[in-house]
Design a protein around this ligand. Structure first.
Ligand SMILES: [Ca+2]
Ligand SMILES: [Ca+2]
Length: 358
């Protein structure tokens, strides 16, 4: 079991003297800049915090959030601190708002950290996208997910860049799409990955879009994050070449013999040791589970095809599942979209419905 909660942004240690300098954006000590969610964010947690209540006295001067403003909780309607409330409260409220937004997933909305670090992957630079259902670490040089944490902070990918770690680390991730074709791209950066460039295209309350262009300019991958899923779209395919879409990870934090998968083949739980080499029936989806977890990780190819979809257990160390894969052959040759996400259930029908939701 890999619990990466500790790898998330550390609590800021800020002195009272420095509180007055806190603005809308503040740097964590890890060096990245958190951006507050524009939705409910952490304001209600601050307002309801017993510790804050003790610090502020018996009344709460900052109960109101400026919905959609992305700013710290506001003062009361007149814009002033109400009489009888200590000056220190004026500074503590934004501080604790910041602490809460650093340490918890948003109840609604999405938080994007542009200059994040994935420590568990070997201190790699990444975008961190926190959603109500998952926290995604999108490695910035290679253009693939290095970590995907569930609500309990468990990482279902477990990438680490260490050369030679193979299925224990450097092979893992999503979508690991372009492998020895016109370059090797969209894999969290390991020794075999070619670099890409990226840009944030859109940030809304409940949606983030990030686009990666391969270093040779021939491939483009688009990442759309929403509250309950991530959709990866291969926008541009290098002419004459093929790709696949892989989930190489660790269900529930580690690959165990009790792990299992569902798919569109039937409504049965299949052992993690059971292989698949046939084309998944329409609609093409698969989900991985661990009996110790109340949720599953699903993948869905948005468009049906007749290409094989391969699954096998690699060395009892990670899953190898690929849309458009047979052996090491790649079959996908046109733009397609794929969902990856967590569903808070292990019931087949509920998992299926979640996987197929758009
Ligand atoms: Ca497991
Ligand atoms: Ca297929």
């Amino acid at each position: 079991m890999i619990d990466k909660t500790e790898n998330r942004s550390p609590m800021p240690q800020v002195s009272l003297a420095s509180l007055a300098s806190l603005g809308d954006e503040t740097k964590c000590r890890s060096g990245f800049t958190p951006r507050f969610s524009k939705g409910r964010a952490a304001c209600p947690q601050v307002a309801e915090s017993p510790n804050l209540m003790r610090l502020l006295g018996d009344k709460q001067p900052y109960q109101e959030c400026e919905q959609g403003s992305g700013r710290s909780p506001s003062a009361h309607n007149d814009g002033k601190i109400p009489n009888g409330r200590s000056e220190i409260a004026r500074y503590l409220a934004p501080l604790l708002f910041f602490v809460a937004s650093c340490s918890t997933q948003p109840e609604q909305g999405i938080t994007l950290t542009v200059d994040g670090i994935d420590e568990s992957a070997g201190n790699v630079p990444c975008y961190i996208v926190e959603t109500p259902s998952a926290t995604y670490y999108l490695e910035k040089q290679g253009g693939g997910l290095s970590s995907m944490l569930d609500r309990d902070g468990v990482d279902w990918l477990g990438f680490h860049k260490e050369p030679g770690s193979e299925s224990k680390g450097e092979y893992r991730g999503f979508p690991n799409a372009i492998h020895r074709q016109d370059g090797s791209y969209f894999h969290a950066l390991n020794a075999g990955t070619d670099p890409s460039t990226s840009r944030v295209k859109k940030v809304e309350n409940d949606f983030v879009r990030i686009v990666f262009d391969s270093g040779n300019g021939k491939w483009q991958g688009q990442w759309d994050f929403s509250a309950d899923r991530c959709v990866f779209t291969m926008n541009e395919v290098s002419e004459g070449y093929h790709y696949w879409i892989l989930y190489e990870g660790v269900p529930g934090g580690a690959l165990d013999k009790q792990d299992f998968w569902y798919s569109s083949i039937d409504d049965k739980a299949h052992s993690i040791d059971e292989r698949n080499d046939i084309d998944l029936p329409d609609p093409e989806w698969i989900a991985f589970g661990d009996p110790g977890s109340p949720r599953m990780l699903y993948l869905h190819q948005h468009e049906d095809d007749s290409h094989p979809d391969r699954y096998y257990n690699m060395r009892d160390e990670m899953t190898v599942f690929g849309f458009g894969r047979k052996g090491i052959e790649k079959y996908l040759d046109k733009p397609l979209s794929f969902s990856i996400g967590f569903v808070e259930s292990t019931d087949y029908t509920l998992v299926r419905n979640a996987a197929l939701r758009r």
